[in-house]
Design a protein around this ligand. Structure first.
Ligand SMILES: [Zn+2]
Length: 410
């Protein structure tokens, strides 16, 4: 059943709309905000007063006079709110503290022992988060909560991860509740790719307005979907399982049981395997790649460096992965009608340009791209920390981004 809404919620929604306009268009005057938000100047005035009182925006000088009274400009206040972000991977958690502008004030990588149980990981990460917020001298009253970006699959409504790959012994783990207990703060959780897309939307401002597909490469690959400024989660919180898009390839089996998923062909372990298989032991030795399961992190770094240095075998392996990315991205773009594909995650460092080039060629090789619009393919505006910053953005976005959920949330 479609839910109705009540006036106080409309007030909260309007406040989010005005804050969003100030964040993306600011510094901006009250007079300019009315047409930008579709609100009357009286409503804008009232809402701005509330935002000033809440410490979320500030008056930041005046616009040049055009004859009449000089207009006061409004800007967002970075110190208006803070959030902690945690990007959880099998071998480490990256923890960041960010302000309302998405600026990283402190960050730390917490190594996790092989096979560590959730009961060991959660307190360790929560302790690191406490130390970081103290170090960043964050006003506790303005710390809104902790966001967790976890590898899928997740049970979104229940706030649980479900047998995440490479987390030995993890079954169904209620991470959200465990982090709430350990931190004493509100906790939001999402899969890493969707969190990254939310971070990109929160921080990218006008550059990330409208619709885009965010392809996230970590240990595996996933995607976040933003359609007409709305983040898609799906019924179970698993929208954007990019790694399981079927492509015209066969042979490599996927952990989902499929045999032509794109994931195994483009994940770091898959590309390393491809290099060893196609170019042989000599090329692998030249690059320093061992192909051992325990050495994926190191192998992947060496392979990326070799590709950057134009080693022909490494370059070929990365380009082949890029074409596979492109094949799957082309299908996703056709389905969603996004005009932008964004690539991010720390596993793309150094090879972004190669992957972007291949994806660009694939998604723009359609008649729709030629006749209706070109699809822009670019790397994340946030960079390496997009997973952790995205996790923190779950909290900022959840509190302040205007969205339908804001009107219907109980
Ligand atoms: Zn699969």
């Amino acid at each position: 059943m479609t839910q109705g809404t009540n006036l106080p919620r409309v007030g909260g929604y309007n406040q989010a709309v005005v804050l969003d306009a100030i964040r993306t268009a600011g510094p901006v005057s009250r007079v300019e905000l009315a047409p930008l938000t579709g609100l009357t100047s009286q409503t804008v005035s009232n809402v701005v007063r509330r935002l000033l009182d809440a410490g979320l925006v500030s008056e930041s000088g005046h616009a040049p006079s055009s004859g009449g009274k000089r207009r006061t400009l409004l800007s967002p206040r970075p110190d208006g709110a803070y959030a902690v972000g945690v990007q959880l991977d099998p071998d480490a958690a990256v923890v960041v503290v960010v302000d309302l502008a998405g600026e990283v004030l402190a960050n730390r990588r917490v190594s996790l022992p092989d096979g560590a149980a959730p009961e060991e990981v959660v307190p360790r990460v929560a302790a690191a988060a406490r130390r970081l917020t103290a170090k960043a001298q964050v006003d506790p009253a303005r710390l809104l909560g902790t966001g967790i970006a976890a590898p899928g699959p997740i049970d979104g409504p229940a706030g649980a991860v479900v047998s995440p790959p490479n987390f030995t012994g993890w079954g169904r783990v209620p991470l959200r509740a465990m982090f709430e207990d350990a931190t004493g703060m509100p906790v939001a959780m999402d899969n890493d790719a969707t969190a990254a897309a939310i971070g990109e939307r929160w921080i990218g401002g006008r550059k990330r307005a409208g619709s885009f597909l965010f392809i996230y490469l970590g240990t595996g690959v996933g995607a976040g979907i933003v359609l007409n400024n709305t983040v898609l989660h799906g019924d179970s919180g698993n929208a954007g399982e990019f790694g399981h898009i079927a492509i015209a390839a066969d042979g490599l089996s996927c952990d989902c049981g499929g045999s032509n998923c794109v994931g195994p062909y483009v994940s770091p372990a898959g590309v390393i395997g491809d290099l060893v298989q196609r170019h042989g032991a000599q090329a692998a030795a030249r690059i320093g790649v061992t192909g051992a399961a325990a050495a994926v992190h190191r192998d992947w770094k060496l392979l990326r460096q070799a590709a950057r240095a134009a080693d022909p075998a490494a370059l070929d392996a990365v380009r082949r992965a890029g074409r596979r990315f492109g094949q799957a991205a082309r299908g996703a773009v056709a389905l969603l009608d996004v005009s932008r594909v964004v690539l991010g995650g720390e596993s793309i460092r150094g090879i972004e340009h190669i992957l972007c080039e291949e994806i660009d060629a694939a998604v723009n090789a359609t008649s729709v791209a030629r006749v209706i619009r070109r699809i822009e393919v670019e790397k994340s505006v946030i960079g390496d920390a997009v997973g952790a910053v995205g996790a923190a953005s779950l909290i900022l976005h959840g509190n302040y981004a205007p969205g339908w959920g804001m009107l219907t949330r109980p």
